[in-house]
Design a binder for this molecule. Structure first.
Ligand SMILES: N[C@@H](CCC(=O)N[C@@H](CS)C(=O)NCC(=O)O)C(=O)O
Length: 237
């Protein structure tokens, strides 16, 4: 018998690969990608990210081959494919109710779904004239009247929620899907130098201090500088 005992090396189990995949596009310009990613983070479900460029004809063809939609963000998880931001939120909320992605209170939850729906389906003037561009800062940007009406409405919704549920998030002490839905709006307000009232300014700072939000913005700034000229404004307008 040999004097040396064979010792088993401790085995470190490899981290299980996330079962869920979230497809996103550019972090700098795609507000829907940002919403989907923040919502996925809120759920606590481990997920991998695949960044694709839906503007590239080759990518479009490939996406269409493997998927029912080329819309982004798109979540794939255990046979389910969800390609709409609110669909992703509802799917993840069903999967992980313990994450509290929507407010626990029925009345607050109803309001939360309403304002998420309003963001999802509306504010077209704001979206088209102040496109998300995390790298941009355009001081004194002239905001046309239709977009100004959208800005007023958003500030009204924020003030109302913060007043009713006490902040610092829209529905009180916990961050919900509504905060993820409005986070890209905060970046638009900053990029286009939109002045906010004191309450809304406080809320914008809450979003900017959100670690997941900061992680997204930092990654966007690292993204290779592919400029989408239609989404850039010159300082001279
Ligand atoms: N309502 C959709 C909007 C998604 C959307 O419009 N995504 C854009 C990128 S930001 C897209 O995938 N565009 C690809 C295309 O239209 O070809 C959602 O909530 O996810």
């Amino acid at each position: 018998m040999s004097g040396t005992k064979s010792r088993k090396k401790p085995t470190v189990a490899p981290a299980p690969e996330a079962q869920a995949l979230l497809r996103i596009s550019t972090r700098n310009y795609s507000s829907w990608s940002m919403r989907g990613w923040l919502i996925a983070r809120l759920s606590g479900l481990p997920f991998r990210v695949q960044a694709v460029s839906p503007d590239d004809p080759g990518t479009r063809a490939e996406l269409l081959l493997n998927s029912s939609s080329i819309l982004i963000p798109c979540l794939e998880h255990e046979g389910a494919e969800v390609w709409d931001t609110l669909g992703i939120a509802e799917y993840l909320n069903e999967l992980r109710p313990e994450a509290g992605m929507f407010p626990a209170d029925r009345v607050a939850r109803a309001r939360c779904r309403s304002i998420c729906g309003e963001m999802h389906a509306g504010f077209h003037a704001l979206r088209s004239s102040l496109p998300m561009n995390l790298r941009a800062f355009v001081p004194g940007f002239p905001v046309w009247s239709a977009a100004r009406a959208d800005i007023e409405r958003i500030q009204f919704l924020w003030r109302d929620c913060l007043g009713r549920w006490g902040g610092p998030w829209l529905f009180g002490a916990r961050c919900t899907v509504a905060d993820a839905m409005f986070a890209p709006v905060v970046t638009r307000f900053r990029s286009y130098d939109v002045a906010l009232d004191a309450v809304c300014e406080g809320y914008a700072r809450t979003i900017e201090a959100w670690p997941d939000f900061q992680e997204w913005v930092a990654a966007a700034k690292e993204e290779p500088e592919a400029r989408i000229t239609e989404l850039e404004f010159d300082a001279e307008f």
